[in-house]
Design a protein around this ligand. Structure first.
Ligand code: 8YV
Length: 332
């Protein structure tokens, strides 16, 4: 009997991919890029499973042409690139990579927040441009982070990991979330629940960790930015589109907030040209989870899910982070 086929849309860690070869015929792309729907169909029409990235959108139109497909493993915790209802309807299991990246993404949220507050990017560009002719006691004044109020919008596991780090900075944490956390978790994270208006008004450094849903689009727009302190910073490590990037560029230019740091953008890899004009914004190319260890853990978890979906490995039959477990129950 021929082995099932798995298509991997991007290159990663050959030793991890090798774990599939005993059970699957593996095709892996040598280059990472965004595929058109037509290209995706061409790659997926004979595949039994796929390991994909956030740029690969799987929806009902694709699934109509992929009758063999049984499982899709997404290499990210966010899965707004998957139409989960359509996958479930088509009987295709899907998984993501939660938890393994929480601490790494939380580290990066702090890195960006600190960089925005202390003007690290701006100062480095200035130095590299040969502008440093002598010290200025009153130059490069930024905002402190220690002791200041950290605001977190979206308090899932990554938000909680960000909050826990605040105790070393002696910074109080306030948060807003769709649902309030249990008192025990609030206590452990040292975080106080507030409504969104209070969060915006009181945060000295606001971090966004919301999942992207159509309802969350432009959760931070012109009105929300006006409601923030003029000395505040805004950090987005969640998803592009949660912030209205054009409104943010205007707010930064008008001094409505002091600075921002963005790892994600609406329409990435394009970045709104008005943001590129602003010096008081730190920009990075969606790398919050990109530590060597964590990217390996994410790849490994995606592979574990595929193996388990086809009855192999220690979790045989129970993909560890499946998003629609009913699909497998229906198939058995
Ligand atoms: C990406 C992310 O997965 O996990 C997520 O939701 O946004 C990131 O970790 C990563 O950039 C790989 O594409």
């Amino acid at each position: 009997m021929s082995k099932p086929r798995v298509w991997i849309s991007r290159p990663f860690f050959p030793d991890i991919v090798d774990r599939l070869r005993e059970h699957f015929e593996v095709t892996q792309e040598a280059e990472e890029r965004a595929y058109t729907p037509v290209e995706l169909v061409a790659h997926l029409k004979d595949a039994d499973a796929a390991i994909i990235g956030l740029a690969d959108r799987i929806d009902a139109d694709i699934l109509r042409h992929t009758p063999k497909l049984r499982f899709v493993a997404n290499t990210g915790v966010g899965y707004n690139n998957l139409d989960l209802a359509a996958l479930t309807e088509a009987g295709v299991g899907a998984s993501n990579t939660p938890d393994v990246l929480n601490e790494t993404v939380a580290d990066y949220a702090w890195a960006l927040m600190l960089a925005a507050a202390r003007r690290v990017g701006e100062a480095e560009r200035w130095l590299r441009a040969g502008q440093w002719k002598g010290s200025r006691f009153e130059g490069w004044l930024g905002a402190d982070v220690h002791g200041k109020t950290i605001g977190i919008l979206g308090m899932g596991r990554i938000g909680q990991a960000i909050a826990r780090r605040a105790s070393g900075f002696r910074s109080p944490v306030i948060y807003h979330n769709r649902s309030r956390l249990d008192a025990a978790i609030e206590k452990e994270c040292g975080a106080t629940y507030v409504d969104k208006a209070t969060l915006l008004a009181q945060a000295d450094h606001l971090v966004l960790v919301l999942p992207f849903t159509p309802a969350n689009r432009h959760s931070i727009g012109a009105a929300e930015l006006k409601a923030m302190k003029p000395t505040a910073t805004l950090t987005n490590i969640a998803r592009g589109g949660i912030v209205d990037d054009e409104a943010l560029a205007r707010a930064l230019a008008d001094g409505e907030i002091a600075a921002a740091a963005l790892d994600v953008f609406e329409g990435e890899p394009q970045v709104h040209p008005d943001l590129l004009e602003q010096d008081n914004v730190v920009l990075s190319p969606h790398i919050a989870s990109a530590s060597r260890d964590t990217r390996r853990d994410m790849a490994s978890l995606a592979v574990d899910n595929v193996l388990a979906a086809f009855g192999h490995g220690p979790c045989a039959g129970r993909p560890p982070t499946i998003l629609n477990p009913g699909v497998l129950a229906d198939a058995s």
